[in-house]
Design a protein around this ligand. Structure first.
Ligand SMILES: [Zn+2]
Length: 265
């Protein structure tokens, strides 16, 4: 597994972290709109009225990803673009800063940014976010998630464990949301994990019981984080933590004076 980083991205912009594994190209995405890492931090409660853009973060993922996509998909067909080489969009969970760029709109009609991809999400998150209460609380769901089914691009995982390929699998890590999941990578003798929002700040590496204010079940969140950090340290996994500060989003766990510390790669 090789990792590369993009240049630092200012808060409020899309943060992307491309990984290249043996047979797979892999990019993690999230908005970097949360506060920078501090030892004492809180995440504001989700209030669309107070944070009007929070549920409508779309960005232009196609343009952000273009340099990392295959420039030539092997055919001389002007109807085939680099975004067609993406075959999976794996959602760790359905918060707006993670799904806000599923679809773009033209004339009021939704179109996928990645028309040949399957948009993968867990059943518990789908049910939670698309309930009547969920759609009211998270208004972006109607624009960025609900149309996927009609477009036949949605894949809801009924089981918590799922295999995407020989190198990529999905495992449950609930707590931040009911169906939060992580992506596990096993490639060329190295293992890695895309943590999603299991981690929000570097402080949680040494203090895994610290939880984000928006976690739906903080006890469960802390348990998921503790279990994954244990496995990552024991297995020397590469960790991708998209909400960590730009330039520090990929790393490993090290020990200094018996205490876990973050070691960016
Ligand atoms: Zn989240």
């Amino acid at each position: 597994m090789r990792c590369s980083r993009t240049s630092p991205t200012p808060p409020g912009r899309i943060t992307q972290t491309p990984w290249k594994t043996g047979n797979s190209n892999f990019t993690t995405e999230c908005s970097s709109s949360r506060p920078r890492n501090t030892s004492s931090w809180s995440t504001p409660a989700w209030d669309p009225a107070r944070i009007p853009d929070r549920g409508n973060i779309t960005g232009n993922l196609y343009e952000e990803l273009r340099p990392h996509l295959e420039s030539n998909v092997g055919v001389n067909n002007t109807n085939v673009g680099p975004s067609d080489s993406v075959n999976y969009i794996i959602h760790t969970h359905l918060h707006g800063d993670h799904v806000g760029w599923n679809l773009r709109y033209s004339g009021g009609m939704p179109a996928p940014n990645f028309r040949r991809a399957r948009y993968v999400m867990s059943r518990p998150d789908y049910d939670y976010f698309t309930s009547a209460e969920g759609r009211q609380r998270f208004p972006y769901i109607d624009r960025q998630v609900m149309p996927l089914r009609r477009l036949r691009l949605q894949q809801i995982l009924e089981e918590p464990e799922h295999t995407i390929s020989d190198e990529i699998s999905i495992a449950p890590a609930p707590g931040h949301t009911p169906g939060h999941q992580v992506v596990l990578i096993n490639s060329n003798g190295q293992r890695g994990v895309v943590m999603g929002d299991v981690l929000h700040t570097i402080a949680q590496i040494s203090e895994p019981t610290w939880c984000a204010g928006v976690d739906t079940d903080k006890e469960q969140s802390a348990a998921s984080r503790g279990r994954l950090l244990d496995a990552a340290e024991e297995g020397d996994w590469i960790i991708c933590a998209g909400h960590f500060p730009p330039g520090k989003q990929i790393g490993k766990i090290a020990r200094v004076d018996g205490k876990r510390v973050w070691q960016p790669l």
